[in-house]
Design a protein around this ligand. Structure first.
Ligand code: MRU
Length: 309
């Protein structure tokens, strides 16, 4: 299963808003449609956003659009995942935008397999692994980062169990990670986000592996809730790993300077289409948080497992 494909000068995306109920696709023929798909979360997850943004630039090139204008507009689709900015700049600065977008696409697949191979070394037979959000095939072209580590360990024959946080408010863990793991027959259980600390306290979790939207000086940015998981893990002395490609690293800036996307209030005020709080309730809805490096055991990259920067 590929989350993103390039077919006949069109970008084909799995519509992640419909998973797990339907496996349907959205086709983009111009860069503006890709921006819409990133903005409305048809495609999401840092590496997938990067690859989609690269093909948005390729579409702008094919359609003879102004590439500088396209690059600026694509970069304003979502603010936090650095892969988007990295991919747009790479294509913009290349001689052949389509070829460069295809390079980014192919590299994403190879990178994830390398991350999986390094990461599976930290997984032991019998481990129960907690993951947060979806850092799986759906967040990349295929295979995944955090779920790639789990896939590799499972494919090596290790007897593992996975616990997915539901990941409120958008439910990426419940909707996407559980679906992906079930598709491959990897044993998985879903928990409410608030249950992970308790499960750590009674020795039901051996390791934690999450993805990243940005890794910068001082720590890692990932889906809201990652910080609370990391704090509980530190308290209960449970290894906390981040799996991410080197394209997610921002070597020049402090992680605490990252722009954290604020999403709409109705993601919090409503659940399954029903309002769950009084009308006109004021909401704070940050989409990501920052895990300080002191809480991170290691970062699993395509070049090996390294310390946070
Ligand atoms: O808002 P989303 O669904 O795009 O957030 C995704 C995450 O936070 C992922 O954990 C992260 O992008 C890593 S994906 C390999």
């Amino acid at each position: 299963m590929k989350t993103i494909e390039w077919i006949d000068n069109q970008l084909k995306l799995i519509d992640q808003r419909k998973i797990p109920d339907e496996l349907t696709y959205v086709y983009c023929t111009n860069y503006q449609e890709v921006i819409e798909a990133i903005d409305n979360m048809t495609v999401r997850g840092a590496p997938a956003i990067g690859v989609a943004a690269a093909f948005a630039m390729a579409l702008a090139f094919i359609n003879n659009d102004d590439l500088k204008k396209a690059a600026d507009e694509i970069k304003s689709s979502r603010p936090t995942a650095i892969n988007l900015f990295w991919a747009v700049d790479r294509v913009y600065n290349s001689d052949n935008p389509l070829e460069e977008a295809l390079n980014i696409y192919n590299e994403d697949i190879e990178t994830n397999i390398a991350i999986g191979n390094f990461g599976s070394k930290i997984i032991e037979d019998g481990d129960t692994i907690l993951t947060h959000c979806n850092a799986g095939a759906l967040a990349c072209v295929e295979y995944g980062t955090a779920l790639g580590v789990i896939r590799s360990a499972f494919n090596e024959g290790k007897d593992i169990n996975v616990i997915c946080d539901e990941t409120r408010p958008r439910g990426q863990g419940a909707r996407l990670s559980v679906w992906e793991l079930q598709e491959e027959g990897i044993p998985v259980k879903l928990i409410p986000d608030v249950a992970s600390g308790y499960l750590m306290s009674i020795d039901k979790i051996d390791k934690i592996v999450i993805g990243a939207d940005r890794i910068a000086k001082g720590g890692v940015v990932n889906k809201i809730g990652s910080l609370l998981v990391a704090l509980s893990a530190k308290y209960f002395d449970i290894p906390f790993y981040v799996a991410a490609p080197l394209s997610t690293f921002d070597m020049n800036n402090s992680v605490f300077d990252t722009e954290i996307e604020e999403r709409s209030a109705d993601e919090v005020t409503h659940y399954g289409g029903c309002r769950i709080c009084p009308e006109n309730t004021e909401v704070i809805n940050p989409a990501f948080d920052i895990v300080p490096k002191e809480l991170i055991t290691g970062i699993i990259t395509e070049d090996g497992i390294i310390d946070p920067i």
